[in-house]
Design a protein around this ligand. Structure first.
Ligand code: SAH
Length: 227
């Protein structure tokens, strides 16, 4: 390789947003026990750098949460992978999923890339508007609304999966009632500085089983709307 080529990393595909950098993230997720090839493929395909400010684009393929404004964050890729993978556990293939906390729109886009019909709710209008622009420019049909997601979106339920992407002291009952039989809810539950990623599975007879996936830290699930 010549020195001149080294000075033009984008031209030879080793820039911070290149496929090679994305593949490195996928390897890292594999090393950290993400196994579902469909989920890994969605993360490989969706350009995460389009979901953060341009100034942070060079860090978009690190396995880390990043600020998206309004004190909120785009989740760490491993957490997105873990939550998404939980929806596909036991050979399931969810058709319709509700997300609470649209944020950057990245998690919703990963779900849409997996062929899922996505409904997402966000309380901060400004974040939602930016996320909607991203959905549009990527040609995705993600349904979204500006509301307090703790009430879910009952008109479109029940859902095969519900992902809550903000932390709360306890599971929200209004959400588990919108889960279809056989459905899966994933939510961070616990104190504001340390939560457990819980999985709630609704059996065919409507009974609920709870599992603990991992320790996580999410921004808080809050009430009230912000423009
Ligand atoms: N899933 C997002 C992560 C966003 S961080 C992504 O992929 O980027 C959590 C988001 O939840 C924040 O945008 C926050 O504003 C939102 N949020 C917090 N409480 C909420 C509530 N009650 N209803 C809807 N959204 C909420």
């Amino acid at each position: 390789m010549t020195a001149r080529m080294r000075l033009q990393p984008e031209a030879i595909g080793v820039g911070m947003t290149s496929q090679r950098v994305r593949d490195r993230l996928i390897e890292r997720l594999r090393e950290n026990d993400i196994r579902d090839e469909r989920v890994l493929n969605a993360i490989r395909t969706v350009p995460r750098h389009l979901f953060v400010d341009e100034a942070l684009a060079t860090r978009a393929y690190e396995d880390t949460a990043l600020p998206i404004g309004h004190g909120q964050t785009i989740s760490q890729p491993w957490v997105v992978a873990k939550m998404t993978e939980a929806l596909f556990a036991d050979g399931k293939s969810p058709a319709k999923v509700l997300e609470v906390g649209t944020g950057s729109g990245y998690q919703a886009t990963i779900l849409a890339a997996l062929g899922i019909e996505v409904f997402t709710v966000e309380r901060i209008g400004d974040l939602l508007r930016t996320a909607r622009k991203r959905f549009r420019s990527l040609g995705l049909n993600v349904r979204s609304k500006h509301d307090d997601g703790r009430i879910g979106w009952p008109e479109n339920g029940p859902y095969d999966g519900i992902l809550v992407t903000a932390g709360a002291p306890a599971l929200v009952d209004a959400l588990s009632t919108q889960l279809a039989p056989g459905g899966t809810l994933v939510a961070p539950v616990g104190a504001s500085n340390a939560q457990r990623l819980l999985v709630l599975r609704k059996d065919a007879d409507g009974s609920l089983r709870q599992d603990d996936l991992a320790p996580v830290v999410f921004v808080p699930l809050l009430s009230g709307l912000v423009d």
